[in-house]
Ligand binder design. Structure first.
Ligand code: SF4
Ligand code: SF4
Length: 401
């Protein structure tokens, strides 16, 4: 994008009404329209940001939520423009060094990364959390790191053997679920009862790296994952995170035509399916349906579920079946946005406070969401108060046997 898309903009302002960053800043340069003015101009001049703090702030202040593109009547894609400029200026706006180092280690040395996970009490995430603390970021109260990451837990590792016993779906865990929410993985395995297995050697899907413009790192992570899933010959790849699903659908973009990895990436992109969509599409019915938490329930639909190649109807259908009359937050970002919450903690917190208005009005007892980043945001920022809802993934909705 650049001048061509800038020429298409009719300056109607429709994108301003849906942009979570503009919602809390009310500042034109943080709106999609303002971004495309500033960044389109920058791109047409070679994309050099050096010394321009205002432009750097504008570039950082985008969640890549795609809401602006979804409503633009002229077909302008401001999220693409932001991404293109980030790609050109990755050394200025990429991931924090400690997070990039952690992802690089996982991509190039999955064995070492796996060994680090075994450090007592740390799950190998300790270095990332220390990195956060060192930067003095306000991230609310982080949920506890799992004592044993999902991919090393005996009950989940044993699911790898289900391949031999005839399981037809491969389960992609994702790094946040691995370190923080292994119960979501257990819940998915229960729903799919013997139909899914867990390939070992899988790492982060690469979305944070990709969104921040670090295509090399995203490609490296995708390659490691494609090797891990190479011999699986699955019917489908199941993930409990809408954002991971959206990134896996983008993997083919990371490889040139003719690269053997491109074919594997296309196969993975065709087969990946988000959990609620898989339950609805494959008519999965658990043996026992007993709700773990009473209603009222509130469903927060993640941006990647709404705008980015996942079904927005599936989570509604599934959760309304379990909680008739359930209320949904259909068009409202929680402010996490992966690396966005690290680079813009104040904006992330302000956006979250807007979502709290709905919680205070509806007063749910349980809140569901289908993205690991959204789960992290809700669980870390929700006040510690008995009146607040428990926050869980739909895969955790039922009582385990
Ligand atoms: S919605 Fe599209 S046409 Fe309207 S102001 Fe935004 S970018 Fe321009
Ligand atoms: S992608 Fe989202 S955060 Fe970024 S400019 Fe568009 S609406 Fe705003």
């Amino acid at each position: 994008m650049g001048n061509e898309d800038q020429a298409k903009c009719v300056r109607c302002g429709a994108c301003l009404s849906v942009c979570p960053v503009y919602e809390v800043t009310a500042h034109e340069r943080f709106s999609p329209r303002g971004k495309q003015d500033l960044l389109g101009w920058l791109l047409s001049r070679g994309g050099r940001l050096a010394g321009c703090q205002g432009l750097l702030e504008t570039l950082k202040a985008c969640l890549q939520c795609h809401a602006c593109s979804a409503v633009c009547p002229a077909g302008v894609r401001v999220d693409d423009l932001v991404w293109q400029v980030r790609r050109q200026t990755t050394s200025h706006t990429g991931l924090p060094w400690w997070l990039r180092g952690s992802f690089r280690a996982a991509a190039s040395m999955p064995g070492v990364s796996s060994a680090m996970m075994k450090l007592p009490g740390s799950s190998g995430l300790l270095n990332r959390v220390l990195g956060l603390a060192a930067q003095g970021l306000d991230l609310g109260e982080m949920p506890e790191i799992a004592p044993v990451p999902a991919l090393l837990a005996d009950d989940i590792r044993s699911l790898a053997g289900d391949r031999e016993r005839g399981a037809v779906g491969a389960l992609f865990v994702g790094c946040v679920q691995n370190y923080m929410f292994p119960n979501v993985v257990r819940g998915m395995a229960r729903w799919f009862n013997n139909r899914v297995f867990v390939p070992s050697g899988q790492v982060c899907c690469g979305l944070s790296a990709f969104s921040s413009g670090d295509v090399d790192l995203a490609r490296s992570l995708a390659e490691t994952n494609l090797m891990a899933f190479a011999d699986t010959r699955t019917d489908f790849i199941l993930t409990g995170c809408a954002s991971c699903a959206s990134m896996i659908k983008k993997w083919p973009l990371l490889f040139e035509p003719g690269d053997p990895m491109r074919e594997r990436a296309e196969d993975a992109a065709r087969k990946v399916v988000e959990f609620t969509e898989a339950v609805v599409r494959f008519h999965v019915v658990p043996e026992k349906i007993e709700l773990l938490h009473p209603g009222p329930a509130l469903l927060h639909l993640p941006c990647h579920q709404r705008y980015d190649a996942c079904s927005r109807e599936a989570p509604l259908a599934l959760m309304e079946g379990l909680y008739p009359g359930m209320v949904s937050m259909l068009g409202e970002c929680c402010g996490h946005g992966g690396a966005f919450s690290l680079g813009n903690p104040r904006l992330s917190s302000l956006i979250f406070q807007k979502r709290m208005e709905a919680v205070r009005e509806i007063r749910p007892r349980v809140l569901f969401t289908t993205c690991s980043g959204c789960l992290l945001q809700w669980r870390s920022r929700l006040p510690r108060d008995p009146d607040m809802p428990v926050v869980i993934h739909p895969a955790e909705a039922l009582v385990a046997d």
